[in-house]
Design a protein around this ligand. Sequence first.
Ligand SMILES: [Fe+2]
Length: 500
Amino acid sequence: MKLEPVKHILGISAGYHDAAATVVNTRGEIVYAGHAERYSKRKNDANIHVDMLFEAARERHIDHIAYYETPWKKQTRQLYSGQGIEWSRITTRQVLREQLGGYFSDVPTSTYNHHASHAAAGFQTSPFDRATVVVIDAVGEWDTASIWAAEYDSTGQVRYRRLWRQGYPHSVGLFYSAVTARIGLHPLDEEYITMGMAAYGSSRFSQHLIAAELVESVEHVRFRQNLHAGLAADAFTGHTAEDIAAGTQAVAEELIYSIMRRARDFGWSSNLVYQGGVALNCLANRNLGDYFENVWIMPCPGDAGSSLGAAALAYGQRINWHNASLGTEIPGEYPVHALCHSLQHDRICGVASGRAEFGPRALGNRSLLADPRGPDIKDLVNRIKRRQQFRPFAPVILEEHVDKLFDMPGGWADTSYMQVVAQCRQPDLYPAITHVDGTSRVQTVGPDGSGIRSLLEAWYAATGCPLLLNTSLNIRGEPMVNDRADADRWERLYGVKVHS
Ligand SMILES: [Fe+2]
């Protein structure tokens, strides 16, 4: 019997920010998913990097290219918003020629809708046969929020039906980015710092002020002004950055939950799939269980994840999702004993082993790890990372111990991707991984055969402590380390051992 050769679909998300590529084969396996920034060393790099392209397509015949949004539709919105038209980027073919540098120019392509790609990245990797999908981001072509009914038919083909949408310029993501810029941070990158800062402010006055000044209707997700243009420099003067952040987080949560209520009330499914950059707001994510019984967020829910979404749409069926280790491989066995030894003697060490994580979180393959016990470890790690002292670190914990230490929020099918905050039950014992509001962004690890699982088991056996501090291994201002050469550079710069 002659076997059909395995075909490959290359999904591309590029040209705006955080370019990414995904390759899915005809068995529904993700053979590669990675970010351009890890190759170019430029954070949120908007352009596909040729080394990434070669790695993604290595020894594989690419039969189809799937692009994550519709360029001409995006251009109509840019024209409307006064950004003008870029005539050289009207068609997918033009954009791909620019992004892929002439490679794969004879490969057939499909173009999808921006929010449909987000929806597919979530639903087709989820454990659900049927789900309500919510997408909330800054803006796609025109959409800023959308709700979808998703299911598979009797032949396994995926079906999506859009139930509701909100359009530009009314956007939860643009609102959050505008405030992030107003308080002096980088929009489309440092929204997570705004979120962390929120715990240090009071939302009592600023929430009402921000809602009154900017929001026309919470129920219909409408704003009084186009926040794409940003906020006036003197907006909310007299309020501290912390208070503005706290008020913004509170208003954003009201808006997100209003969309969740609407999504639930369609009555399509009690399973929620949630995607778009706003799904990275792990503080807002703690209450999703109030609206749905089960929640799934693919660990790369922003536009980079839509490279997987576009490939999933072209594939048309369920994707075999195992975990987020989908990028560049650093070969060799996970260095469990070396790490455990370093942690016991030096308390801090790095690990660069296995495949790089797809998504913004280091989950144990490109991580800086530390013993989370004691009052001084947060300052020690912050000094190495040279970042704002107020920012807490995340714990990674053996799943079977999580309930003893954390009050986990309901509804989460899987908390192994650091996507939701939980109240810490013993903040005094673990100040390094507890935020000022008593919460922690918990990563649980079940018996999944991963390296980080083996390390936690060895660490627990040696110390009786079931958790470690886990933060991304990156040089300040750069993306996460990708290969061993990056890890060597990190080691030289910070004088801390990185095991492979
Ligand atoms: Fe998006």
